[in-house]
Design a protein around this ligand. Structure first.
Ligand code: AMP
Length: 216
């Protein structure tokens, strides 16, 4: 299955795509994770990306399109993939179409802005494996420690309140028009993001069962 998962920052894209990836045994490709890794390694790409990311703006289209093109042409994606956080603009979606990549469904997780702001303030990320937690809705078993790899959790720099507002503005202005783009192609499925991760997962799985039956 070739999937795109979209939604406002903090809607739960990363959490749901990790769950889908495990269940369907397909890789979850997060441009945000790739860019954060590049920033951490201090590569040329990371240096270019950092200022955009820290201010809640999108990294230029040509940069992310190049990363995704390389990834999708690798053997890892032979059995399908989930794109988490790409495309994020109409030119990115058009570039994906030009790559000739078939998409089976675009899942949009819908969460109101007020909820997003509340969620982002409690988000914690593992410094080693990138797993995502929330101090109230999805707490780790031990405070500030990753359940999976026992590394320390941290607050993402771009989860600061003023950056979250900028990211929401970017989402509504540049990314949300993709819903219409994919609805016109008959690919868009919207799911209401729930308070509890497992409730959203149940809705997502129901949708994906339908998509996979249609595939067969
Ligand atoms: P995320 O982890 O998906 O929330 O992404 C974090 C940040 O990385 C975003 O706020 C952007 O600055 C950048 N980023 C991730 N994916 C993209 C993309 N497809 N296009 C442009 N910028 C991106």
């Amino acid at each position: 299955m070739n999937l795109i998962i979209m939604g406002a920052p903090g809607a739960g894209k990363g959490t749901q795509s990790a769950i889908i990836s495990e269940k369907w045994q397909i890789p979850a490709v997060s441009t945000g994770d790739m860019l954060r890794a590049a920033v951490k390694e201090g590569t040329e790409l990371g240096v270019t990306a950092k200022s955009y990311m820290d201010s809640g703006k999108l990294v230029p289209d040509e940069v992310v399109i190049g990363i995704i093109r390389d990834y999708l042409s690798s053997d890892k994606c032979n059995n399908g993939f989930i794109l988490d956080g790409f495309p994020r603009s109409i030119p990115q979606a058009e570039a994906l179409e030009r790559m000739g990549v078939r998409i089976d469904a675009v899942l949009s997780i819908e969460v109101a802005d007020e909820k997003i702001i509340e969620r982002m303030s409690g988000r914690r990320i593992c410094s080693s494996c990138g797993a995502s937690y929330h101090v109230v809705y999805n707490p780790p078993k031990t405070a500030d420690v990753c359940d999976t790899c026992s590394s320390a959790l941290y607050v993402r720099a771009d989860d600061a309140a003023e950056t979250v507002l900028q990211r929401l503005q970017t989402y509504h202005g540049t990314t949300e028009p993709l819903k219409d783009f994919y609805a016109k192609r008959g690919l868009l499925v919207c799911v209401e993001g729930q308070e509890k991760v497992e409730d959203t997962t149940a809705l997502v799985m129901k949708v994906l069962e339908g998509v996979s039956k249609k595939e067969k």
